[in-house]
Design a protein around this ligand. Structure first.
Ligand SMILES: [Zn+2]
Length: 326
């Protein structure tokens, strides 16, 4: 089969791939792509091969376009490794946007994780569904479970902070590489012991920016006595404000009464101030409270939930209205 290159949706791909067809309906968009290359390096021995073995199709869900569920159908080559010393016979061309086992592109996985960060998995699954991404809450959880932190044993400057996994219940200790602030480790709990164990394996650290937790300070001093510990401005200010609040709470009464610019010793007596209605003003309004009349001078009646206006209840209400009138 000969593939004809088109320019449709070509903006999605880099120069190594081209779109040869696309199909769409109300809900979905299918984009068919192919690699331009006809050679590939063996992942085992690194030798380049041009010997095609077979082709097969990979279907990947991608970030949605115009809220349509979008799929990339990639025609992928399989090559034969021609190195007689290599035990890999056949290998598959890799796609730069999705590893061999993935059914979603890296871009889509990033979007899913980004949205679910602020929602429950179930909520995220619904919101993503509206955007054109079909993903179950279980799959979102699996994506989360698969996230790994790549530790760097040679790291020299780190930031350490406690984070809440579930507020008030489960805490963890997050360790960042200060160079680019990416997470390199997430330790269980916020006590000093797990941190000590971690520091034992990272003896090159010479600077730690940490929060105010004394457990961290003690752990760092115990394992790396020469390490410089920095408390960041946020935590210093937080510390200071908390102390100031405690002092104010102790020194100041809960309520302070001020009258005419003077602080009173005790709560002043409340004197109600009642304003008498201005009768002259009310009379000047000439408010007509009589019911409206029909052209034949009969009283206009209005629909009422209760139509029996001559009932005892209504008459009693009318009497009390009359009585209360000033
Ligand atoms: Zn090989």
């Amino acid at each position: 089969m000969k593939y004809k290159e088109t320019t449709d949706y070509s903006f999605l791909l880099d120069g190594n791939y081209y779109v040869y067809d696309h199909k769409e309906d109300m809900e979905t968009l299918h984009i068919f792509i192919k690699s331009r290359q006809n050679k590939c390096r063996c992942p085992k021995c690194g030798m380049e091969s041009r010997k095609l073995h077979a082709t097969y199709k990979r279907t990947l869900q991608d970030t949605p376009i115009r809220c349509k569920q979008t799929f990339l159908h990639a025609n992928v080559y399989k090559y034969e490794c021609l190195n007689p010393g290599c035990d890999c016979r056949v290998f598959t061309e890799e796609l730069p946007f999705a590893k061999a086992s993935q059914v979603r592109t890296d871009a889509l996985n990033t979007l899913v994780l980004g949205v679910s960060m602020f929602l429950s998995n179930e909520g995220a699954s619904k919101v993503l569904g509206l955007l054109g991404i079909q993903i179950s809450n279980d799959t979102i959880q699996r994506l989360y479970d698969r996230i790994e932190f790549i530790d760097n044993p040679d790291v020299e400057e780190v930031g350490i902070d406690d984070v809440a996994i579930r507020k008030g219940q489960t805490y963890a200790t997050a360790i960042y590489d200060l160079k680019d602030h990416h997470l390199i480790a997430l330790l269980d709990g916020r006590e000093g012991e797990p941190l000590k164990n971690w520091l034992e394996r990272h003896k090159k650290i010479r600077l730690v920016a940490r929060d105010r937790a004394s457990a961290y300070a003690a752990a760092i001093s115990a394992v790396l006595p020469d390490c410089v510990q920095v408390a960041d401005r946020f935590h210093l200010l937080q510390n200071l404000l908390e102390h100031l609040k405690d002092i104010f709470k102790e020194e100041l009464p809960a309520k302070i009464f001020i009258r005419d610019g003077n602080v009173l010793d005790q709560e002043p007596e409340k004197v109600p101030q009642i304003k008498k209605p201005d009768d002259a003003f009310l009379d000047s309004l000439h408010y007509d409270n009589t019911p409206p009349r029909n052209p034949d001078n009969t009283e206009m009646t209005y629909d009422n939930k209760k139509h029996d206006l001559s009932s005892e209840q209504y008459r009693a209400q009318a009497r009390s209205r009359k009585k209360n009138r000033p």
